[in-house]
Design a protein around this ligand. Structure first.
Ligand SMILES: [Zn+2]
Ligand SMILES: [Zn+2]
Length: 226
C-alpha cells in the first residue's frame, strides 16, 4: 500500500505514459502536485523500492512503470482503430500484451525476431490473441527478474516460432531461459496487467501473481516468484 502522496505521484506517472507514451519529469510532477522536487524524488525512490516503477540508472527519471517504458525498447504498439494518435514502446513481449490489456485497446504490435531479423507485426487485443506460431523467450527465472528488471524486459523477446527461439538460445545462451507460446503470455498479461491503470488498482500480492502464473501453466522452479 502506498501513502496518498505516493499514490498520487504513481497515478500521474501512469496517466502521462498512457496519454503521451512518455514519463513525466520530476519537475513536472512537482508542479502538478505542488510539492518540492526533492520530495518527489524521494517518493519516486519509495515507489521504486516497492517495485511500483523503475528509475533510470542515475535515479533522476522514471525509466519504466510496467507495462509501460519511457525509453525505446524492442516493441512498438500502434492502436488499430486508425483514429488514435498515441503510440507506445513495449518493454518486452509480455509488457506489449500488458499495455493492450491495461488500456482495453486493440493494437498492432511490431518487433523483430532476434534470431533471423524478420519483421514481426500482428494485431492483438483484449479479445484477440496473437498468432499461434509466435514464441516468447524468458531469459531468467522469476526469482531473478528484479535483479535488473530493465535487462530482464529487454531480453523477453518474441521469435517467429519456437524453432527460432531454440536456435537463438543454442547459439547465445545454451540451456538458459524458458520458451513459451506467445498465446500463453497473452493469457497471462490480461489478468497481470488488466487492472494496472484502474483508479482503484491495488498492487497484487505475491501469491495472487503466483496463481496467475499457475493458471496459464507456467509452473515449476523457473516460475517461482521471490
Ligand atoms: Zn525468426
Ligand atoms: Zn517486461
Amino acid at each position: 500500500m502506498h501513502t496518498p502522496a505516493a499514490r498520487r505521484v504513481r497515478d500521474l506517472v501512469y496517466a502521462t505514459l498512457v496519454d503521451e507514451g512518455r514519463a513525466p519529469s520530476i519537475r513536472e510532477l512537482a508542479r502538478l502536485t505542488d510539492t518540492p522536487a526533492e520530495a518527489i524524488a524521494q517518493t519516486l525512490r519509495e515507489l521504486a523500492d516497492a517495485h511500483a516503477l523503475v528509475l533510470s540508472q542515475d535515479g533522476d527519471a522514471v525509466r519504466m512503470a510496467h507495462p509501460f517504458t519511457a525509453a525505446p525498447m524492442a516493441f512498438v504498439l500502434t492502436p488499430t482503430n486508425g483514429l488514435d494518435d498515441r503510440r507506445w514502446w513495449g518493454g518486452c513481449a509480455w509488457d506489449s500484451f500488458g499495455i493492450s490489456a491495461a488500456l482495453n485497446l486493440d493494437v498492432q504490435i511490431a518487433t523483430a525476431c532476434p534470431y533471423c531479423g524478420a519483421h514481426i507485426a500482428f494485431d492483438s487485443g483484449p479479445n484477440t490473441p496473437p498468432p499461434a506460431e509466435l514464441a516468447v523467450r524468458f531469459p531468467r527465472p522469476a526469482v531473478h527478474w528484479w535483479d535488473d528488471v530493465v535487462a530482464t524486459c529487454t531480453m523477453i523477446r518474441m521469435f517467429c516460432d519456437r524453432d527460432h527461439a531454440e536456435r537463438w538460445t543454442t547459439k547465445n545462451a545454451p540451456g538458459a531461459g524458458y520458451i513459451a507460446d506467445a498465446v500463453t503470455v497473452w493469457h497471462l498479461a490480461g489478468p497481470w496487467y488488466g487492472d494496472r491503470v484502474h483508479p482503484d488498482f491495488q498492487p497484487h500480492t505475491r501469491d495472487h501473481n503466483q496463481h496467475l502464473l499457475d493458471s496459464v501453466g507456467l509452473t515449476g522452479p523457473f516460475w517461482q516468484l521471490p
